[in-house]
Design a binder for this molecule. Structure first.
Ligand SMILES: [Zn+2]
Length: 300
């Protein structure tokens, strides 16, 4: 319902409203209000709305009110619409809709011209900075973060996107750059400096890659599509345990992922290899070694 500027509600309506609000409390916004009104009220409202819309369906003003009252109603609507923002600058609703449709698929520059487009963008940008952003202060749960990580695995950014990111990072200092090594967040007690056993040579690594079909065992990107050779990952994180039962091929991105949540990854890869190659592990995740078992190569 639209009202003319300066329209005053009849006193009894105002009083009724005020008393309901006193009863229900005052609300900052509609959502808060919706939360607080009883389910009963909400369902009754929907009922009434449906009833009204049913009664009106397919009936124009002439049928609903009779020709004389209908003209009056039309005049009133037309009068009140003159002050409505949608009709400013002499635009009719039809014209507004047409304009909105014509915006589809066009940039702000194409629609409004360079100068106005700049203003609009500036305004939009300012309206979303800091506390004004509706995501401000919202922290993602670890579960959600992990889902996002897995979702993005193996996806390649476009050349353009990479350029944007690179430009955005120029001159920025990584937050952990100044920390001493033992305070780095993924510090594992100097494990990465442990020497690999003599067995962990190129020949062995190549055998593992071959066994896995030169495919990352997590995101299943092929070595050919990956930027470099697949890494051979130690499932129990012990680099002295270079056995086929403890090694799996991963692309560089997935290999980085395995730096976190180590226990979960250990469980994951052991069950994967058990399923794929029939390797055995004890319930407390120790490797059951079978040195007679040759490394089975899936494909060459
Ligand atoms: Zn991968």
């Amino acid at each position: 319902m639209l009202y003319e500027k300066g329209y005053k509600f009849p006193k009894d309506i105002v009083e009724k409203r005020t008393s309901t609000r006193r009863k229900n409390g005052w609300f900052k916004n509609l959502n808060e209000f919706k939360k607080k009104i009883s389910e009963n009220t909400a369902s009754r409202r929907i009922e009434v709305r449906e009833k009204m819309s049913k009664a009106k369906k397919g009936k124009n003003y002439d049928i609903r009110y009779g020709p004389k009252k209908a003209q009056e109603v039309r005049n009133n609507i037309s009068k009140s619409l003159k002050n409505h923002p949608h009709y400013k600058n002499g635009k009719s609703m039809a014209k507004m809709l047409e304009f909105n449709r014509s915006k589809n698929g066009r940039t702000y520059e194409e629609i409004y011209g360079k100068e106005k487009a700049q203003q609009i963008k500036q305004k939009m940008s300012e309206s979303k900075i800091g506390p004004k952003n509706n995501r401000y202060g919202i922290k993602l749960s670890n579960e959600v973060k992990k889902k996002m990580q897995l979702n993005n695995l193996g996806k390649k950014r476009s050349e353009e996107a990479r350029k944007h990111i690179s430009l955005a990072h120029i001159g920025s200092i990584p937050w952990n750059k100044e920390l001493p090594p033992d305070q780095q967040p993924n510090w594992q007690g100097g494990k990465s400096f442990e020497p690999y056993t003599l067995d962990f040579n190129d020949e062995f690594k190549e055998l593992i890659r071959k066994r896995d079909g030169h495919i990352c065992q997590l995101c299943e990107i092929t070595q050919a599509d990956s930027e470099r050779k697949l890494a051979v990952h130690h499932i129990d994180y012990n680099k002295l345990n270079s056995f086929q039962q403890n090694c799996t091929s991963l692309c560089i991105k997935c290999h980085i992922l395995t730096n976190y949540n180590r226990d979960e990854w250990k469980t994951f890869f052991q069950s994967l290899l058990k399923r794929k190659y029939g390797y055995e592990y004890t319930p407390d995740q120790k490797i059951v070694l079978d040195f007679n078992k040759p490394i089975e190569v899936l494909s060459s």
